[in-house]
Ligand binder design. Structure first.
Ligand code: FAD
Length: 402
């Protein structure tokens, strides 16, 4: 940010203009940091406003709930402690894993001897709270239905395609001092930045796909059907089923499984046969009709892991969150890590002499950490679906979803 002297010698703060691309959790948090720091912020989001019930289904490629841990909470708390506390009131503590075997027996593995825990939180709810906060600030503008098409960083200009109510599109040209790309794994900002900087990039799709299911509240009592203070795992070596609690006393469950196995499950009978054999307790908890309905309705989605370097171009553009380091979800750290990106970036912007230095130092500090967490996430897939059942693991528990 620019600091300059006034006639009476006091320092005057000259806010600069930041354009944030993507109003997912990371883009929204980045906008909050920059806005609270006095920048003029405009957020451009490809989709319609998530808070409009008509647009809910647009978030279909993302899990309904997710695990938030200290890494992410710290990113939130640093910019707004009050908002963080109120967001966390809606989260459900998970003190450990609950391992379910094929006979329906459950065993708890606590995460931490110091009783620290992770929390299950509604993804849309969290995103909405951040957007509401941004709406309350008069130096922030939110622009939905705007898709980034190109960046001319030599001219500090972006072109967005705006979707009009009529279904037509118009191009919108926008100037900014800094472009912040938080536009997810398939980031257009990253693609555009590649024209300006020798950006190394690699990506990998793992063999497994994921599909979401629901375990509803108990039909008579309306209560949770499983202990809500655990992350439930049904590890089956090559695949696994997991469940995270929701405020409405349901559980959102995810089946992670190799693509070939999904292909073998054709039709309701095959699905029920598979569940009865592998996860018999889930059949009674979720109900046969629900299982079939969810399986037919919900997509089987891929999982990508990507790395790149650097994360910025001069003092003009930086990418954050999944745009810079999408990871497989088995360490529960994708969003958490994105929130940490924002906190670390802002620390550099506040403390380094110039914006160029801040972005240089951001990439230098952040890249090694993000590579490590990306690898840990990949390793934790083996951990969650297989190692948690081995006796040596139970004696020597050294990984945690923190
Ligand atoms: P996104 O959430 O992808 O948001 C990007 C936004 O940019 C979107 O709103 C998109 O519409 C918009 N956009 C895209 N292109 C453009 C464009 N051209 N112009 C304008 N806008 C654009 N993380 C955790 O921390 N804990 C978990 O427990 C966890 N569980 C997960 C479970 C699953 C099954 C999956 C798939 C992921 C999980 N993650 C978890 C990871 C987490 O979902 C991501 O890390 C997180 O969503 C990244 O946030 P983001 O804002 O960077 O990107």
């Amino acid at each position: 940010t620019t600091l300059s002297g006034s006639s009476d010698g006091a320092t005057i703060y000259e806010p600069q203009k930041a354009v944030v691309i993507g109003a997912g959790p990371v883009g929204s948090l980045a906008a909050l940091y920059f806005a609270k720091g006095g920048w003029q912020v405009t957020v451009y989001e490809l989709r319609g406003d998530l808070r409009n019930p008509e647009n809910r289904s647009l978030n279909f490629t993302k899990s309904i709930n997710l695990a938030i841990s200290e890494r992410g909470i710290n990113g939130l708390r640093t910019v707004d402690p009050e908002l963080t506390e109120s967001i966390l009131e809606e989260a459900i503590p998970m003190h450990g894993r609950m391992i379910h075997d094929k006979k329906g027996r459950q065993s708890s593995q606590k995460y931490d001897v110091h009783k620290r825990f992770i929390r299950s939180i509604d993804r849309s709810g969290l995103n909405e709270r951040l957007l509401d906060e941004l709406d309350r600030m008069n130096n922030v503008e939110l622009k939905f239905n705007h898709s980034l098409k190109s960046l001319s960083l030599e001219k500090n200009e972006a072109v967005f395609e705006r979707r009009l109510g009529s279904g037509d599109y118009e191009n919108v040209r926008v100037q900014a001092d800094l472009f912040i790309g938080a536009d997810g794994a398939h980031s257009q900002t990253r693609r555009q930045m590649m024209k300006y900087v020798r950006l190394n990039y690699s990506q990998e799709y793992i063999d497994s796909l994921w599909c979401e299911f629901t375990i509803p509240p108990h039909p008579e009592t309306g209560d949770f059907q499983l202990d809500p203070n655990h992350l439930h795992i049904w590890p089956r070596q090559k695949f696994m089923f997991i469940a995270l609690p929701n405020q409405d006393r349901s559980f959102t469950c995810t089946l992670f499984m190799p693509e070939d196995m999904f292909k073998d499950i054709v039709g309701p009978e095959a699905l029920l046969g598979f569940f009865r054999k592998e996860f018999p307790d889930v059949v009674s908890l979720a109900g046969e009709e629900n299982l079939i309905g969810d399986y037919l309705k919900n997509q089987k989605l891929p999982l990508i892991s990507l790395k790149c370097n650097p994360y910025h171009y001069r003092n003009k553009c930086v990418i954050l969150g999944d745009a810079s380091h999408a990871m497989v979800p088995f360490y529960g750290q994708g969003m958490n890590c994105g929130f940490e990106d924002v906190r670390v970036l802002w620390e550099h912007i506040c403390n380094d002499a110039t914006l160029t230095e801040a972005l240089d130092n951001y990439t230098a500090e952040r890249h090694p950490d993000c590579v490590v967490i990306n690898d840990l996430a990949m390793n934790n897939y083996v951990e969650m679906r297989a190692s948690v059942t081995s006796s040596s693991y139970l004696l020597k528990k050294h990984f945690q979803e923190f």
